[in-house]
Design a protein around this ligand. Structure first.
Ligand SMILES: [Zn+2]
Length: 282
């Protein structure tokens, strides 16, 4: 079956990963902007990063038969530095308007600070101005931060600003936030991790309770403990658990296609050829 991966950080994955993803049926990926492992100190570092996910990864993916799109933003983990974030936002428009950019994201809260909220609002305003789809990160539960509180605050801001929920993904939901995501009318993202967090069994339990409609499953794979083959594995697990093929395809293909298809720049090609690495040069 053909799979669309709606949230993955290929910048931190290898070309072998692309090959394995292709072999497992993944034909389209969307790569949101993320934290690189150390916070950037200069606006120029962001402006050098965006072309890597908009152009370089697109080409690397294409050689492996995968159509690659990106989302551009100041990510939540770097949004607390208000001065720097504003400097980046002042120059971000050309990257948001790039032919391969399909949404603004990920944006939202990390530690739920005032500065993060300011930068979140400014990026939502940009999305409205440029008529863009929005991908929202929800904070991870820590001793200091409550994911549920972060999602509640996020939804309150979306409502206050009049952001269209149909054009918005609320990502990284768990059993604790699915009711909020459903109430909001936004698309609900579920990130599956190989260990500890949301595993395929928990995801299937959530899907049984909340259904597959308006739901997007993703790996969010990056350089951390994560797996770019998460979605083919979820498909297999769902099959074992008695889900119909039609429902699996709705979740892993139709839903991401419907959401990102609202952006005219998202015109996925499912039949790109896999190019033998021996035939191309670095
Ligand atoms: Zn991410």
């Amino acid at each position: 079956m053909t799979i669309i991966e709606p949230h993955i950080h290929m910048f931190s994955r290898t070309t072998d990963d692309y090959r394995a993803m292709y072999e497992a049926g993944i034909r389209v990926v969307v790569e949101p902007s993320f934290w690189l492992g150390a916070s950037r100190r200069h606006a120029g570092s962001f402006f050098d990063y965006y072309p890597l996910i908009l152009d370089f990864e697109r080409e690397r993916a294409r050689r492996s038969g995968i159509d690659h799109y990106a989302c551009v933003s100041v990510n939540p983990k770097e949004a607390d530095d208000l001065g720097l974030a504003r400097e980046v936002l002042a120059g971000i428009r050309p990257y948001l308007q790039h032919e391969r950019c399909v949404a603004i994201g990920e944006i939202g809260f990390n530690r739920i600070t005032r500065n993060e909220e300011e930068v979140f609002r400014e990026q939502l305003a940009l999305a409205q101005e440029l008529n863009m789809l929005v991908l929202i990160h929800s904070p991870h539960d820590t001793p200091e931060v409550s994911k549920r509180k972060g999602v509640e605050r996020t939804i309150a801001i979306l409502r206050e600003m009049g952001i269209d929920p149909e054009r918005t993904i609320l990502d990284h939901n768990t059993e604790q936030t699915m009711d909020l995501a459903r109430d909001s009318g936004c698309w609900a993202g579920l990130t599956v991790y190989p260990y500890s967090k949301l595993n395929p069994r928990r995801v299937v339990d959530i899907l049984r309770r909340w259904g597959t409609e308006h739901t997007l499953v993703n790996s969010s794979a990056d350089w951390g403990v994560s797996d770019p083959l998460t979605l083919p594995k979820v498909a297999g697990y769902m099959r074992d658990q008695g889900f119909e093929q039609e429902e699996i395809e709705r979740l892993l293909f139709d839903n991401p296609r419907s959401f990102y298809g609202q952006e005219p720049r998202f015109r996925p090609q499912y039949d790109l050829p896999f190019i033998d690495p021996a035939t191309y040069q670095r």
